[in-house]
Design a protein around this ligand. Structure first.
Ligand code: CP
Length: 336
């Protein structure tokens, strides 16, 4: 994909709740900005496009990557991020989502939220007067899927025509990856265990996006069929907090989906291994693959920050061209 900087002002003020709200061209524009920001970051990490601005980060659930990549990324953009946990603010319980959104909008340029419920994220956005970014909810993880698209772009040099396979549980990354990547023109092959498949309406959406973009979409219960010919193989945890009662059933159902040395023997030569992390090593992936030559899991984690910096910058925008000459090419794109 050509990484020439696009005109970005059109994205200013938007929320980012799901990739479904963005056109293919808009998603590609965000990837182009991420590529430009990362190139600048390699030269100089501190790029103060947003000096003196604030980001509110609400986390109703634990996070390592999302919290740190947003917080450090916003600091690198010259701003300050606030980590807000239940028990420290009045949400949930003592204050409504609407009042929280309207209050936080008084002091912040954007609000990032990780919630256990899609409805909380959507209602916060409904009332907020500043951009709201979904840092993962019950079904969606669009920052992850777009950061992963950026990682694939970096490694493959292109997106259209690349074959991507996801094997394992149909949780948030699987959902968002299926729609994001089919929209961007990839061939997406999803292997979910029987009884744990992604929602049929989401599979239909992904197939429709693939038909429009020139990609393809496959949903199968056979993990080896899913990874056939794939350039990138991705997996995620088999169970989540709150599913402890299902643990034994899930381990049994997903056992054939474990990405281990034998499984890797069925992959296309040169294929890369991806995982959004955290990994439950010994369950969905073994150490020899996670730490093997094909693994790109830690550069993938780093790219969360580069993509999210691009996202925050595009949604918040700038009012004037930065005086710093290094920042001016991106500043011009943000203003045009
Ligand atoms: N991949 C991801 O969202 O990681 P965290 O849960 O650590 O934020």
């Amino acid at each position: 994909m050509d990484t020439t900087l696009p005109a970005l002002r059109k994205l200013r003020g938007r929320h980012f709740l799901t990739d479904l709200d963005y056109s293919r061209e808009e998603l590609e524009d965000l990837l182009r900005l991420a590529a430009n920001l990362k190139a600048l970051w390699k030269k100089r990490p501190l790029t103060p496009f947003l000096p003196g601005q604030h980001l509110a980060m609400i986390f109703e659930a634990a996070s390592t990557r999302t919290r740190v990549s947003f917080e450090n990324g916003f600091a690198e953009l010259g701003g300050n991020a606030l980590y807000l946990r239940p028990g420290e603010i009045h949400l949930p319980g003592r204050e409504s989502i609407a009042d929280t959104a309207r209050t936080l909008s008084q002091y912040n340029s954007a609000i990032e939220i990780r919630s256990k419920k899609n409805e909380t994220v959507d209602e916060l956005a409904q009332w907020s007067t500043v951009p709201v970014i979904n840092g993962m909810d019950h079904d969606r993880h669009p920052c992850q899927s777009m950061s992963d698209a950026f990682t694939i772009l970096e490694h493959a040099g292109t997106l259209a025509g690349v074959t991507f396979a996801y094997v394992g549980d149909a949780a948030h990354p699987c959902n968002s990856l299926s729609t994001t990547l089919t929209k961007l023109g990839l061939n997406v092959r999803v292997g979910n265990a029987a009884g744990y498949e992604m929602a049929p309406e989401l599979a239909t959406l992904a197939a429709g996006f693939a038909a429009e973009s020139g990609g393809s979409f496959l949903l199968t219960n056979d993990p080896l069929e899913a990874i056939a010919g794939a350039d990138f193989i991705y997996t995620d945890c088999w169970w989540w907090t709150g599913q402890e009662d299902e643990y034994k059933d899930r381990i049994a159902a997903f056992k054939p989906f474990q990405v281990n040395r034998d499984f890797w023997g069925h992959t296309k030569p040169g294929a890369r291994f991806m995982h959004c992390l955290p990994a439950m090593r010994g369950e969905e992936v073994t150490d020899d693959v996670a730490d093997g030559e094909a693994s790109i899991i830690f550069p993938q984690a780093q790219n969360r920050m580069h993509f999210q910096k691009a996202l925050m910058l595009a949604l918040i925008g700038v009012d004037e061209l930065p005086a710093d000459p290094d920042l001016q090419p991106i500043g011009k794109a943000l203003l045009s």
